[in-house]
Design a protein around this ligand. Structure first.
Ligand code: JFZ
Length: 423
């Protein structure tokens, strides 16, 4: 296939066997919970509020004094994720506002020192995740609107007061590496680091190799990914497609889509916001969420579904309810998602296919007739059954493809699944 890409940069990173094993785990896991939670949640206007409302650094620094999430219950979050069928959590350790959600020793701009709450929520969540067999990733912003050394300003950093007029980018990166070292040494197993923000200073030297090597040295199994919307860099372990399905490029992906090379992940919001947004009532339905998960799986990508917890530490009841709905669907149909890989057919208007061993699952996401002909991919079929229940259905293989007869009563609004067992 001509889709395969030729690496343009020398690849020097050699993932360890443990890292390779985690990449398989990651691809099997398929579904994770993304959490955007920080002091910005207090204002209920999303995680970009500092920039969008042009709040000067000195004023923004007052917000932590209002952050007191006394209802935060890591057990409840982890149980909610598990009930949704999620296998991992990716939480914002630091977003663009630069505020550390853990007990950082290299900066007192952190949750323990600056909030009335005074507790290390990342530690509390990490302990609970480890206890419950849920893997934990940290989203870590490279862009930092608070650090005095984050300079020269990037595209988003400069137009409000309180930002420095000069700075030392290398000093900032030392600080970032020091904070990452804390996260990778004090919080048990970290499944991965999810970077974001280097797009703010496209021409800066981000010293990526130094940072990535540090991570791989401290936790060789941790998976590194970055939301940079370009071809993956040496040292990355998975490829991100933010608000996008691999290959669709609806959000300005300007690199090569190395489909098939690295494990893939796509992330989306449960409403229209990442961080808690009081005005946002555009909650996605169970059907939309399940179909996004199934489509991602059809493309061989994980789905990282975001919630923005409220300032009191709770997750919006609407979101808890939608997640429960997805979990109920996965309880019945998870076999056709978990542990699968994308294909063998690429996505079609009617839906996608997933595969595992000698089984191919045909997911009809948008098909309401009683028969469908899909292209053949050169493998002979031994049996075709409805999933779940294994009720055999009629099928015909000929020069025109594979025709499947689906009883009307079995056509499902969300996903009609046919399991094909291959010879
Ligand atoms: C980033 C963040 O700015 C946002 O707040 C959120 O955390 C999201 C998950 O990630 O959003 C991006 C990142 C990269 C691009 C666009 C939005 N990009 O490269 O076009």
């Amino acid at each position: 296939l001509l889709l395969l890409t030729t690496p343009t940069l020398a690849q020097t990173y050699q993932p360890t066997p443990e890292n390779m094993k985690n990449r398989e785990w990651f691809q099997d896991a398929k579904f994770g919970l993304f959490i955007h939670w920080g002091v910005y949640s207090v204002l209920g206007d999303g995680e970009w509020v500092m920039n969008q409302q042009q709040i000067p650094v000195k004023i923004y620094e007052k917000i932590p004094t209002f952050f007191n999430p006394t209802d935060f219950d890591p057990k409840a979050w982890v149980q909610m994720a598990k009930a949704a069928g999620m296998k991992y959590i990716t939480i914002t350790s630091k977003h663009h506002d630069g505020f550390a959600m853990w007990d950082s020793k290299v900066s007192d701009y952190n949750i323990v020192k600056r909030t009335p709450y005074g507790k290390d929520v990342l530690k509390m969540l990490a302990d609970e995740c480890h206890k419950e067999g849920i893997k934990l990733f940290f989203y870590h912003s490279q862009l930092d609107w608070h650090s005095p050394d984050y300079f020269p300003r990037g595209s988003t950093g400069g137009s409000w007061t309180g930002r420095p007029e000069s700075g030392d980018m290398n000093k900032y990166l030392d600080y970032m590496d020091a904070q990452l070292s804390e996260l990778l040494t004090g919080y048990g197993e970290v499944a991965g680091i999810w970077f974001d923000g280097m797009w703010d200073k496209k021409n800066a030297d981000w010293r990526l190799q130094k940072t990535y090597s540090l991570i791989h040295k401290l936790q060789p199994g941790a998976l590194v990914g970055s939301n940079h919307h370009v071809t993956p860099f040496d040292g990355e372990d998975f490829q991100m497609f933010e608000k996008d399905l691999p290959g669709h490029n609806t959000t300005g992906f300007s690199g090569e889509q190395t489909v098939g090379a690295l494990p893939k992940e796509t992330c989306e919001t449960i409403n229209n916001s990442w961080g808690f947004n009081l005005k946002d009532d555009h909650h996605k339905s169970k059907k939309e969420l399940v179909q996004y998960l199934v489509k991602a799986a059809g493309y061989g990508a994980n789905f990282l579904l975001n919630v923005g917890p409220m300032p009191n530490g709770k997750i919006q009841p609407e979101h808890i309810a939608s997640l429960k709905g997805v979990g109920e669907w996965l309880n019945v149909n998870g076999e056709t998602i978990y542990g699968t890989r994308g294909g063998p057919l690429t996505a079609r208007d009617w839906g996608v296919t997933t595969q595992k061993g000698n089984k191919v699952y045909v997911h009809l996401l948008n098909w309401f007739d009683e028969s469908i002909t899909i292209p053949s991919w050169g493998k002979k079929i031994k049996s075709a059954t409805l999933f779940p229940g294994k009720t055999p259905i009629k099928f015909l293989e000929n020069d025109y493809g594979i025709t499947l007869k689906v009883p009307k009563a079995s056509l499902d609004e969300i996903d009609t699944i046919i399991e094909l067992e291959l010879k």
